[in-house]
Ligand binder design. Sequence first.
Ligand SMILES: NC(=O)c1ccc[n+]([C@@H]2O[C@H](COP(=O)([O-])OP(=O)(O)OC[C@H]3O[C@@H](n4cnc5c(N)ncnc54)[C@H](OP(=O)(O)O)[C@@H]3O)[C@@H](O)[C@H]2O)c1
Length: 293
Amino acid sequence: MNILITGCNGQLGTELQKIALNDQHHQWLFTDIDTLDICNKTAVEECFVKNGIDACINCAAYTAVDKAEDEPELATLVNSFAPKVLAEACKNHDALLIHISTDYVFGGDAHEPYKVDDPINPQSVYGSTKAEGERLIRESGCNYMIVRTAWLYSSVGKNFVKTMLMLGETKEGINVVADQRGCPTWAHDLAFALVALLDKNGKNEIHETFHFTNEGQITWHDFATAIMEIGGKQCKVNPITTEQYPTKAKRPAYSVLDLSKIKEFAGIEIPDWRKSLEQCIDELKWMASLRSQ
Ligand SMILES: NC(=O)c1ccc[n+]([C@@H]2O[C@H](COP(=O)([O-])OP(=O)(O)OC[C@H]3O[C@@H](n4cnc5c(N)ncnc54)[C@H](OP(=O)(O)O)[C@@H]3O)[C@@H](O)[C@H]2O)c1
């Protein structure tokens, strides 16, 4: 299959680039905003025609959750309008769209993991624009898999793990919210799950939504504590409430996702969050050791 990756320089796109290095089965075309702006309908259509695209994994998004509150137009363009552009191109060319969405489409008042068909109720501009992107894909009539994920981190870009490790270098103590519960996702694991989904389905007709995170559920405070422990930082992590740490965008208090559908469909086992965190921190240490040589 000819697979188009959009937003390839982000956390998830970078992990897919690593997979492609050792993959003999597919032809991969990696693009980011400088080579393919997914908001540009003409450019997207040309790309599909020129490269005979069979599947597109859309890793491109407007992901700055708080900034989106001040830039709703741009967030809408990238998270709602552009997925529609990709969906229409996929429909025109009989290609599969794998689109990534978020736990922030949910309201956060649940007490057990959200199933894929549970009602959504986004609390932020980011969440609303991602929910609208999902809706427009479903309406387009293209073959799609929408994969909602959460709390994504990797060894590249900006993310919670890298921020905590950096703070752990200089601070004796930090305050982290202990009343928001979810599950982290190592972008490496998500990338492998997406390829498993793609290989399982091939070019068959499909219109499905899935959830993927690592296994388990924790608070941001638990996550920060584990990062400091595994990263060997002496920094103390103090629990605080969401009220004590106001942010521009409202986050769901509870956004654990039910993973049963993806495990059954793709036949995958999902690593526990702490095991994956250990591997990512090992990778970061290895990268730091290379830089210091
Ligand atoms: N990060 C999380 O915690 C999280 C949680 C749940 C779901 N997700 C979803 O997971 C997916 C992957 O997230 P990620 O963390 O890998 O994102 P990321 O690191 O922010 O990467 C997104 C990439 O898309 C690019 N991009 C932005 N606008 C574009 C456009 N118009 N055309 C083409 N490329 C464009 C970005 O370029 P610039 O850097 O130049 O803008 C960046 O390289 C997204 O759909 C996101 O909504 C993320």
